[in-house]
Structures are given as structure tokens and as C-alpha cells.
Design a protein around this ligand. Structure first.
Ligand code: ATP
Length: 260
């Protein structure tokens, strides 16, 4: 299996027409063919003027309403923008269907926007809302595969994997195939794969659906550790109780992003 061409780790990448596949994430899914095949079209080596890990602006996205009337479209995002700085933990909130997953997929490069720009620097880890895994591979095999896609040295991958098993408490499932995992353990694997390369930016789309209380608390300890280490985390959340845990909150409403 071949991952997409790897985004330069330190040089910022600006995508004018957004393309997929900048995370080296080899997981399968509805968009996996695009993820594996596509490339970043335009890189702006001069973009690191501030400490933003990610900057997106003027993002418009509409979907076709149905197959029969291609001109009829639902406008989901109209001029959305977001900037994420080093060491921030930011919540992305909004009503069901407001466009949180759509924006996150655009930010990570998994979905093409109609217009707008996204500039990222450093490695990005992405945890999609629906766990995207290979049913017949074990947890260990997933980590090995993703480690290669992230160009990690085997020793570095094993160390990171051990730490993820330990933090989220699922080492006993290391040799279990993904199609035999419980929903909660699958969610841990999904999150663990995003964490594996210790990315500068972690984009998490409702990562703790299915976590038990203990794992939910471990998750927030892990996020706090990432903040302390200067890593950036963007989390789609529906829980009011989470609000105090974020440094700031961005809300999507009527297709636009609002500070809250
Ligand atoms: N592939 C698609 N084709 C057509 N419409 C889509 C597609 N994906 C999403 N939508 C529509 O776009 C809108 C935004 O969806 P999105 O999943 O981004 O919202 P969300 O805020 O993440 O929702 P939720 O809180 O329920 O997870 C919804 O009306 C949804 O039905």
C-alpha cells in the first residue's frame, strides 16, 4: 500500500485549490482513492510569517443536492476561516449539519473546497468521525502500516505505539483484528493512529464517541500534555462540559466561523 506523497515537515504548504492527501494517512474510506492518489498542487515556501500552524480563509463549500439536478446545491460553508496557533487547544462547535466535519476534512486535505486557501505547517494527524481502518488488520499491523506512511523509523514507531497503548489502555488488543474490536476500542485505535507521528497539529472529529468515562479522562490528560508540549489540537465537540477545557471555541453558524 502506498501513502500519498509526504508533506514537507517544516515548510508550510499552501493549497490554493485544495487537494487531498497531505497527511500521509493511508486509511481506507469513501475518499481513500482520492487520498492516496492526489497531490498538493501549490506550495508556498514563504508562508511562515507568523506562528500559525494552520491558517484557512475564504472557504466555500457546497454539495450537490441530488444526482438528478446537478445545479441544485446545498451551501454548507460560505467564507469560513480559522487560524490555529502553536500550543492551542481549540473547540469546533455548531449544530448538527452546520459543517464541522466538512470544514475539518477541508483543513486536513481530505475534501476539496470550492474556493479558499489552507496553509499548514508541520505534520498533521487526523481522526475522522467514523473510524477508517482496515477490518482484517490487527491494531499492531495498523500502527506498522501508518508508521511507514509517516516515514517513521521502526524503533520510533514502536516507542510511540507503546506510549499510545499505555495512555489509552488498549495494549491487550494489540493482536486483535479491527473487525473484532468493540466500538470504544476502535475509537481508541482511530485516535491512536492520528497520534502516532506526534503531529504538530491534531484534528479530531468527535474523537471520544464511545469512550468510557475513564478513557474520556485519559483523553483529556493526553490533550493537556500535547498543549504543554506546544502541539496544536482542534476538536469537534458537542459537549457543553468540554467548553472549559478549550483555550478558545470556534462556532460554525450559517456557513461561517465565529469566535465564541
Ligand atoms: N457528501 C455529501 N453530499 C451531500 N451533502 C453532504 C455531504 N456531506 C455532508 N453533507 C451535508 O452538509 C451539511 C454539513 O454536514 P457536516 O457533516 O459537515 O456537518 P456537522 O456539523 O459535522 O454535523 P454533525 O454535528 O451532525 O456531525 C449537512 O447538511 C450534510 O447533510
Amino acid at each position: 500500500m502506498q501513502g500519498p506523497s509526504h508533506t514537507e515537515e517544516t515548510a508550510p504548504v499552501t493549497e490554493r485549490v485544495l487537494q487531498t492527501g497531505t497527511t500521509n494517512d493511508p486509511r481506507p474510506g469513501p475518499s481513500s482513492a482520492a487520498t492516496l492518489d492526489s497531490r498538493v498542487v501549490a506550495a508556498d515556501q514563504d508562508a511562515s510569517r507568523d506562528a500559525a500552524v494552520l491558517a484557512a480563509g475564504g472557504i466555500d463549500k457546497s454539495y450537490r443536492r441530488n444526482l438528478w439536478s446537478p445545479r441544485s446545491r446545498v451551501r454548507v460553508l460560505t467564507g469560513a476561516e480559522i487560524t490555529l496557533k502553536q500550543g492551542e487547544v481549540v473547540g469546533l462547535v455548531g449544530e448538527n449539519g452546520s459543517g464541522k466535519s466538512t470544514l475539518m476534512r477541508i483543513l486536513v486535505g481530505d475534501l476539496r473546497a470550492d474556493t479558499g486557501t489552507v496553509t499548514r505547517s508541520g505534520k498533521v494527524g487526523y481522526c475522522p468521525q467514523e473510524p477508517l481502518v482496515y477490518p482484517r488488520l490487527t491494531c499492531d499491523e495498523h500502527f506498522e502500516l501508518f508508521g511507514r506512511a509517516y516515514s517513521m523509523a521502526p524503533e520510533q514507531e514502536r516507542k510511540s505505539r507503546a506510549s499510545i497503548y499505555d495512555s489509552l489502555g488498549f495494549e491487550r488488543f494489540a493482536a486483535t483484528r479491527a473487525d473484532q474490536l468493540s466500538g470504544g476500542t476502535l475509537a481508541k485505535l482511530n485516535l491512536g493512529l492520528a497520534l502516532l507521528p506526534d503531529p504538530a497539529l491534531l484534528l479530531l472529529d468527535e474523537p471520544y464517541a464511545g469512550f468510557d468515562w475513564d478513557t474520556y479522562l485519559k483523553f483529556w490528560t493526553l490533550v493537556d500534555e500535547r498543549r504543554a508540549a506546544g502541539r496544536t489540537v482542534l476538536i469537534v465537540s458537542h459537549f457543553v462540559v468540554d467548553e472549559a477545557r478549550f483555550d478558545r471555541i470556534v462556532e460554525i453558524r450559517e456557513g461561517r466561523t465565529w469566535a465564541r
